[in-house]
Design a protein around this ligand. Sequence first.
Ligand SMILES: Cc1ncc(COP(=O)(O)O)c(C=O)c1O
Length: 433
Amino acid sequence: LAEVWALTKGLLGASRIAGLNILAEVGFSYPKAISFAGGQPSETFFDLEYWLSTIPVFQRELAKVRGSDEATAAQQLAQYGYVKGIINSLVAEQLGIDLGVTATPDRVVITSGCQEAMALCLQALCPDPRDVVIARNPTYVGLTGAADCAGIAVAPLDLEGLTFATALRAKAAELAAQGKRPRALYVIADFDNPLGGVLTLEDRAAILEVCAQFKIAVVEDGTYRMFSFDENAPPALATLDKEGSVIFLSTYSKTLCPSIRVGCAVIPVSLFGDVAASRALTVDICMRKGFGTLNTSQLNQAVVGGVLLTERMSLKMLVQPAREHYRRNRDALVKALSSAFTSDEGVSWNYPQGGFFLALDLPFAFGEAQMRRCAADYNVIVMPMTFFSLDGSQSTRVRLAFSNLTTEEIAEGIKRFSAYVRKCVQQNATDAV
Ligand SMILES: Cc1ncc(COP(=O)(O)O)c(C=O)c1O
């Protein structure tokens, strides 16, 4: 681990990347601690036996589509394959049914998870040194990591007291005045990582309007969209998009499991009204993917394809128990926080409508040193929000992941964390005297 850390430090010099290594190290150092740090899906719902049993279903489908026999289809599955993928039509159908995102197979590029889709989009959209991606501050570390690796600057978008559209318009104008070209906006509209927030319908419409005006492509990360606790979630930006601004990214990491490493990018029919530009973008993304990873594992695609065929192109029923689990955990977390803190203690939190994360504000700074102290003395690990910050801000915030814990662990973990918080508040009051 120390070696990995030294390598990443030397290569990127990015404290954001360092955050992930520190977190892993703290996790290893305190294996008995209750951890609200990592946002992994719950392992309770990993049904490998069922998923693997569906491979022959996809194999038969492949044989039918290609007019071959099943043995040939099996051999083809074990070979190198199309860069763009072999489950595009199944994925396109599922995105329409489950997420309300209209896709046609030719516009779907199958990738090794959402992470690869994101990295490829950034590289294809921002090839010039002046090109910049705008991201809400704080944001998902995978985005900043992918941008860092490609040498692409990330411009932080701070909303403090502003609507998304006002902040975005000002940022686009500011960047243009500096001679930079804002080419992409990275957004997690639904239950984002790290804040656990959801964009209103008004915000979504306004983002599309501003992005169309400035010709900024929206890279919409739909990783958590299947995990809404509310039946009336607003439509995806991709669904509302009339101008051809949105590239929608999805993944099977949370609906099935992260080790499946299958996700996708859906390119709009036309990029700001230009059909040729959209096709060129698709070719560019595929070329980069081809040289990067050749193709997404066909065996893993066969598992996703088999499950989709068996589930009749919708994963809603399959993820329902997991969704219920995440909702129960959200409820347990909010309940534990409400009973641990009184309203005059300066501790506040949001109420996530879906996903895996909750953001909590503290009356004092909480960084790496505090995370270590909390883990060592109180046996509970929480994630400083500074790890997700693009500019060192967010110093008094933490992210609590509630996805991969039991309700008992949540209750006990918050009891421990609140004892730590109370101790810090008392200490600060004593120091101030
Ligand atoms: C917002 C967001 N996007 C993308 C990813 C990575 O997804 P994948 O496993 O599909 O690469 C994650 C992982 O936690 C995430 O939180």
